[in-house]
Design a protein around this ligand. Structure first.
Ligand SMILES: *[C@@H]1O[C@H](CO)[C@@H](O)[C@H](O)[C@H]1NC(C)=O
Ligand SMILES: *[C@@H]1O[C@H](CO)[C@@H](O)[C@H](O)[C@H]1NC(C)=O
Length: 508
């Protein structure tokens, strides 16, 4: 096994380094209307882990950027890393990319399908310079799967999901470890020892300093903070000396370091003159993990689940180009929407491919109604265990329309329906972890054969009042929608790779 992971993780090491500024097009197109696009993805930031949601974590920079922009308060992502990232990069639901089951594990030879265009590929065609800094987590088994193979002209970051923030050792089980920090397609040994957030912010500043403002820029900064391992340079911990929970203290400090770094990025944008024509988008990739110091309170559940705490994300847009600023948007927006939205801003031709995302720029900037009325969160056929103890009930609960042993979730208008083993649905108050997570409040296995839940999210955002029994009409409607979507699904790429069912989510 050890040999195998080295072979995989180091596959990229024999390749010549691409000079990452050398391949910018020499023909500068002078169309300043196309804004510079800065997308900041953070890792595992919980709904309750940002100042403007009343958090105990200090995020003054993010709070101010959000306050001056448009705060997205009905914004959804996917519950774990690779899925959210795959939808950001393709504008397509996971059932349409074959990535509907779990994350991409380091030892799985999987990646984004080559025939599905990516966001940086589209932006590059539209004349953008494209740079990526940070965590990829969308596969690396072939060179063509790497960020530089999928449209980014430069890349500094990690290919896997949860390596060490200083040494960049990344493991898939104790027996399969490798070094995972890459500059272009080359392992960046010389940079090891630098803290990921600080290293990435430095690279971003360097990109901004060297960028010719006449050419539109797409910069994807994908920070691994505040994902485990909970590591942070000593100086950021001092803000939280009074925090007695060790995990929360470290997690908070990681976000404060990130907050500070985002401030430096914005300063550099202003200094380099790019700011006035820029759009900055900030998004968490999934809900927080309460077992690792995060909080999604008052939402139900957390990372890895389809409860609101797993998928309702922190997100905002900050830009001098917004028509309306300083507002909160309650329009329904999903991570798959960024693909058409950013390509729209770039003036790129409409994709020939069928997308699941919608262009929501006018919704964000002008407050027009969202073109999105429905979100398919996922259908994960691999989650269905044939030996399920309540097999018959699972089928009956689906009213002959849907096998409710399959993990699936959908939102249509104000209604949200969940089926299958959608994950632990506890409400975990801040400072109540990690012990609280052990005491299941409404776990499915405690309610024999229960496999369908229905909530009106507009009137019951914390999912406390299950309407599955009282509104069979809506249940039926949404089960039909799931069955319709299922007709369009492709086979999961990793349908035969579920060696340890259910236990992978926590590693992402
Ligand atoms: C950090 O990165 C720089 C180069 O970017 C390198 O000179 C230095 O040795 C690295 N390591 C540490 C521990 O700072
Ligand atoms: C989804 O579609 C597949 C392929 O057509 C089918 O085998 C499966 O039974 C469907 N799943 C459900 C839950 O209806």
């Amino acid at each position: 096994m050890t040999m195998e992971i080295h072979a995989v993780l180091f596959l990229v090491s024999g390749v010549t380094l691409l000079g990452h500024h050398s391949c910018l097009s020499k023909t500068l197109e002078d169309r300043p209307v196309r804004p510079h696009l800065i997308f900041i993805m953070v890792d595992d930031q919980g709904y309750g882990d940002i100042g403007y949601h009343g958090s105990d974590i200090h995020t003054p920079v993010l709070d101010q950027l959000a306050r001056e922009g448009v705060v997205l308060e009905n914004y959804y992502v996917q519950p774990i890393c690779s899925p959210s990232r795959s939808q950001l990069m393709t504008g397509r639901y996971q059932i349409h990319t074959g990535l509907q089951h779990s994350i991409i594990r380091p030892r799985q030879p999987l990646c984004l399908p080559q025939d599905i265009p990516t966001l940086p590929e589209g932006l590059r065609e539209a004349g953008y310079a494209t740079h990526m800094v940070g965590k990829w987590h969308l596969g690396f088994c072939k060179q063509s799967c790497l960020p530089t193979g999928r449209g980014f002209q430069s890349f500094l970051g990690t290919l896997t999901g949860s390596g060490d923030h200083f040494s960049y050792q990344s493991c898939d089980g104790a027996e399969a470890c490798g070094f995972d920090l890459h500059d272009g397609n080359r392992p960046a040994w010389e940079k090891s020892g630098n803290y990921s957030t600080l290293l990435y912010i430095e690279r971003v500043k360097e990109i901004l300093r060297n960028h010719d403002g006449h050419k539109p820029l797409f910069l994807y900064l994908s920070l691994q903070a505040a994902h485990t391992p909970l590591q942070v340079p000593e100086q950021y911990l001092h803000h939280y000396d009074s925090q007695s929970n060790h995990l929360r203290r470290h997690y908070s400090a990681m976000l404060s370091c990130l907050d500070n770094g985002v401030g430096e990025v914005v300063q550099e944008l202003k200094k380099s003159g790019l700011y006035k024509n820029s759009v900055l988008i900030y998004s968490s990739d999934n809900g927080g993990q309460p077992l690792s110091g995060a909080s999604n309170w008052p939402l139900r559940g957390g990372k890895g689940t389809y409860w609101e705490g797993g998928i309702r994300a922190v997100g905002f847009v900050h830009s001098p180009l917004l028509t309306r600023k300083g507002v909160v948007s309650r329009a329904l927006i999903h991570v798959s929407d960024w693909f058409p939205t950013l390509l729209g801003l770039a003036g790129a031709p409409q994709s020939k491919h069928i997308l699941d995302g919608h262009d929501v720029w006018k919704t964000i900037s002008k407050g027009l109604p969202s073109p999105r009325t429905e979100i398919l969160f996922n259908i994960d056929p691999v989650s269905r265990r044939p030996e399920e103890p309540y097999n018959k009930a699972l089928l009956q609960n689906g009213l002959g329309i849907w096998d409710t042993g399959v993990k699936a979730a959908i939102r249509a208008g104000d209604w949200k329906l969940l089926t299958g083993n959608v994950g632990s649905g506890d409400w975990i108050p801040p400072h109540y972890f990690p012990s609280a997570a052990q005491q299941g409040l409404e776990k499915r296995r405690n309610e024999l054969g229960k496999s369908v839940w229905l909530f009106n999210i507009a009137s019951d955002p914390y999912e406390r009042s299950d309407q599955a029994e009282t509104r069979p009409d809506i249940v039926k409607l949404l089960l039909r929608r799931l069955a319709d979507y299922n007709q369009t699904a492709v086979v999961a790429q990793n349908h035969q790779m579920t060696l340890c069912w259910g236990s992978w989510v926590g590693v992402c």
